[in-house]
Design a protein around this ligand. Structure first.
Ligand SMILES: Nc1ncnc2c1ncn2[C@@H]1O[C@H](COP(=O)(O)OP(=O)(O)OP(=O)(O)O)[C@@H](O)[C@H]1O
Length: 325
């Protein structure tokens, strides 16, 4: 088979162009001339404090609501300009994953995943085969017959992800998808979403109020405040040198409270694990482990270090265990 040539210009997966939205009876707009783009093929975190406008953004992208002004484009298509059939087709290719899973209690895991296929008119044998395949991809091949009440939170979210993939989306929106889960389960779900995004070459938009989620899973970040974009870019540089007070406040919220000795600094690194070799290397550098949380690539750790430590990443990367800052 010959691969089709790459398009010379491909539009962003998502573009908000001066989008405003005020809910009826509300004094202040939820979104104020919001302009932002989500690069195609990225894993973009949309982060902001409570009331920043994140859920409103999701509602507009998924077609549950319409803007008062401005344009929402998904894969280059202006949603307001689409006729009903095109809008339905567009909605089908926008997968949604929710905080509270939104599974139907009276249907099994398999029944929940087949639902969008059923609504799309896919014949029973084909939809069941596809749903089983999707459940296997999210690690639930053996639990297809279980009802939601018989599944853990993480397993329910895996069913939710399989369902969101049923119609082969090119855009997957995860709205606080890990907020109801404990840190370890949350890390597993973020690792799964990351893997699926890479394998399927889709665009993943992760809406969250948790900076840790962005750090763990996102290539790009957009920070919202009071319905506007206040900062955006690739995750690493934005988090390394946040330019806006809101981003700095979100970062500060995660710093462990620790009293530093003179000449000490507090740093966060992602370690492949906390094996004896890594701990030995840290001790040799004069580092103290303050806090550690599971991370899709190992462990997210806060360390105190002598301010004079040259380059922690390079020092540890020379060791067999390796490290990513
Ligand atoms: N259905 C609604 N009716 C009236 N006002 C609403 C409605 N939904 C949201 N709002 C208001 O719009 C603003 C933005 O809310 P939105 O839910 O989009 O923020 P958010 O960033 O998702 O917040 P959170 O993290 O708390 O969910 C808030 O002031 C909120 O009170």
């Amino acid at each position: 088979m010959t691969a089709s040539p790459a398009p010379i210009f491909s539009p962003p997966a998502l573009a908000f162009e001066a989008v405003s939205k005020t809910y009826p009876g509300q004094p202040a707009p939820a979104l104020r001339e919001l302009t932002l783009t989500v690069p195609r093929g990225s894993r973009t975190g949309i982060i902001g404090r409570s009331g920043a406008g994140k859920s409103t953004l999701v509602r507009l992208v998924s077609g549950l609501d319409t803007p008062d002004a401005g344009r929402v484009r998904v894969q280059g298509q202006d949603l307001a300009a689409l006729g009903a059939p095109e809008r339905r087709a567009r909605q089908a290719r926008t997968g949604l994953v929710f905080q509270q899973f939104n599974l139907l209690a009276q249907r099994t895991a398999l029944g929940n995943v087949t639902l969008p296929l059923e609504l799309a008119g896919v014949p029973r044998v084909r939809r069941e085969a596809r749903a089983r395949d999707l459940l296997a991809q999210v690690g639930l091949a053996d639990l297809a017959g279980r009802y939601p009440a018989q599944l853990s939170g993480g397993q329910k979210q895996r069913v939710g992800i399989a369902r969101a993939l049923a119609l082969d989306p090119d855009l997957l929106l995860a709205d606080e998808a890990t907020s109801a889960l404990d840190p370890e389960t949350s890390a597993g779900i973020l690792a799964l979403l990351t893997e699926l995004q890479r394998e399927r070459d889709l665009t993943l938009v992760v809406v969250t109020h948790q900076l840790e989620v962005v750090r763990a899973a996102c290539t790009h970040v957009a920070v919202l405040d009071a319905g506007q974009l206040v900062e955006s870019g690739e995750t690493r540089p934005v988090l390394a040198a946040p330019g806006h007070p809101v981003t700095r406040a979100l970062l500060e919220a995660h710093r462990p409270q620790v009293t530093l000795a003179p000449g000490e600094t507090l740093r966060r690194v992602t370690l492949p694990g906390l094996d004896a070799s890594t701990l030995g290397a840290l001790a040799a550098l004069g580092a103290r482990l303050v806090q550690a949380e599971p991370h899709p690539q190992g462990v997210d750790a806060w360390l105190t270090l002598p301010a004079s430590t040259p380059d922690l990443t390079a020092s540890l990367a020379r060791r067999p265990a390796g490290v990513g800052a």
